[in-house]
Ligand binder design. Structure first.
Ligand SMILES: [Zn+2]
Length: 323
């Protein structure tokens, strides 16, 4: 079952006990269903594709607006088998109620904040299946409805974002943490459980991926370093020869030639006596300095003045010209 259906079904079955919360939920519901302006007609028709939302709207407006409650409710089939539920309410009663919302219930009351967001979500909310990413939103045509909703979510400790989509206003939550917290606070416990199961899996998968990436990066670093060390050692071997190196470096150079993919720590363990990774690293730096010195000597021998000169290729222990 999709998370959105599960959440909607569950929220539609919650009946707030307190009168303050019933008013808040009705305000949230109406706010998300209202269109741009107030109709000139004395009947205000609110439509929704959710049977649960229509049921809550009828029920709550009877309880809250009393005699000014619903005047008509009907079911309409539309193209592509979409069913739309329409509830007609007296425009003046709804308008009076909506305009008094801020005055009527204090925005700092937690129970009412939760109820307001529950109503807004029932009317025009969407929550994505967590497998596809974390996204929760309510779309509304009314700026004051968006502002109230964002304020209620903030009061619930959630980081609500606002935006626009095709001329309508968008209030959204973007983290798994916030969506889970909202589901819990409004009482959608089954939806929360389903959400958290997937979230836990995703987080484990994310951790494993991060670890694999880190290990791949380390391996890459080891390989790159090894290739550099091998180039240095081969230059020294082909130049003065490994025998010309001090014994401590000679042994390490031989080991590196034999174990081309070993890490510094592994090479350290192969040495007799074993050496720490940092000592091995230090010795490779010494090898690198010797290789640089050899390079400079070769470079000097290859400089235009030396090039072609017979003295450049003679002498004791001649370094081969590897151009
Ligand atoms: Zn309340």
């Amino acid at each position: 079952m999709r998370l959105i259906s599960r959440t909607r079904d569950e929220l539609a079955r919650i009946a707030p006990e307190r009168a303050c919360c019933r008013r808040a939920e009705l305000a949230g519901l109406i706010g998300s269903l209202l269109r741009g302006g107030w109709p000139a007609d004395e009947r205000l028709e609110l439509t929704t594709e959710s049977a649960g939302a229509a049921r809550r709207l009828i029920h709550l407006s009877k309880q809250v607006l009393g005699g000014a409650g619903p005047v008509a409710a009907r079911r309409r089939e539309r193209l592509r088998r979409t069913t739309v539920y329409a509830v007609a309410l007296p425009t003046s009663a709804v308008r009076g109620f909506w305009e008094a919302v801020d005055r009527d219930h204090p925005p700092d009351r937690a129970c009412c904040q939760q109820a307001f967001t529950r109503g807004a979500f029932l009317g025009a909310g969407f929550v994505a299946d967590p497998e596809r990413g974390y996204h929760w939103e309510v779309v509304t045509a009314r700026p004051e409805a968006a502002t109230r909703l964002a304020r209620a979510l903030s009061a619930m400790g959630l980081a609500a974002g606002t935006g626009r989509r095709r001329g309508r206003l968008l209030v959204y939550l973007k983290t798994g943490e916030d969506i889970a917290s909202w589901l819990g606070q409004v009482g959608a416990h089954h939806a929360l459980l389903a959400f958290e199961n997937v979230r836990a899996l995703r987080e484990v998968r994310g951790r494993v991926n991060r670890r694999v990436n880190a290990e791949t990066a380390n391996l890459q670093k080891t390989v790159t370093a090894s290739l550099r060390q091998l180039a240095d050692i081969e230059a020294l071997r082909d130049g003065p020869g490994l025998e010309a190196l001090p014994p401590s470096l000679r042994e390490l150079a031989r080991l590196r030639l034999e174990h081309r993919e070993a890490s510094l720590a592994e090479l350290g363990r192969l040495l007799e006596p074993p050496l720490s990774k940092s000592t091995v690293n230090h010795r490779f730096r010494r090898l690198a300095r010797l290789a640089r010195r050899l390079e400079r000597q070769e470079g000097g021998r290859r400089s235009p003045s030396a090039r072609g000169s017979p003295s450049g290729t003679t002498g004791p222990n001649p370094l081969p010209d590897r151009r």
